[in-house]
Design a protein around this ligand. Sequence first.
Ligand SMILES: [Zn+2]
Length: 92
Amino acid sequence: MSWSLPIFRVAGIQLRIHVTFLLLIGWLAVGYYAEGGSAAAAGRVFFILLLFVCVILHEFGHAFAAKAFGINTPDITLLPIGGVARLERMRP
Ligand SMILES: [Zn+2]
């Protein structure tokens, strides 16, 4: 997916983060900072990032399930609305 940055690769699956995800985190961080200072901003952003760790694990679940059916997943992209595991094809 264009406008996305490669982060790391696990089992041949590239994890990418879309620029709009980083914009969302930055926008929220600024809002939280204005509301409650740096400690509040750091804590709330950390919580959101932990939620997205769950999203990443969920997407890797899709990718590994697909792999069990012989379908490769070139990459997983994090977007503000969640994650997308891009499977090479769908099972017929
Ligand atoms: Zn899912």
